[in-house]
Ligand binder design. Sequence first.
Ligand code: FES
Length: 187
Amino acid sequence: MATTEQSTADTHAETGVRRRDFINIAAVSFAGVGAATAVIPLVNQMNPSADVLALASIEVDVSAIQPGQAIKASWRGKPVFIRNLTAAEQAEANKVPLSELRDPASLADRTAEGKANWLITLGVCTHLGCVPLGAAEGENKGDYGGYFCPCHGSHYDTAARIRKGPAPTNLEVPEYAFKSDTVVQIG
Ligand code: FES
């Protein structure tokens, strides 16, 4: 009998301990979740806010881009084409009457004063946002020698103006400024 009572007492004691353990563990777990939840807003506050990121600018050294070549840079998550136009490409752009253009703008309108050879545009087709071809060596430049978006067949000329296909407007010229003869700041 004594053995049975002892055994029952042990079981209760054991159960009691187990219950307490569970309660402690549960409390710790909830406290853990609470702490983790409290930390996330603090960490988020330490990241740059969206408007700070949106103001970010980049500087690009363009000294290695020869006439007729272009490079792709990345700015605010978008491709940017920086193209050094040849004299022939500039002449090609300049001979087109603005009245023939869907989105009328001259090469001078789309380049910095005294730097008509530097054509800097977003590499984002204004139709549905694909990245047009024509910046990299050997890529299809389209029927007008600028850029070609194969998604739905938009052709841009040597001033990156839309000439054929569904895109409604020219490739966008971002805000930029030359910091020196060879370094341009975009944004
Ligand atoms: S996205 Fe460029 S033609 Fe459609």
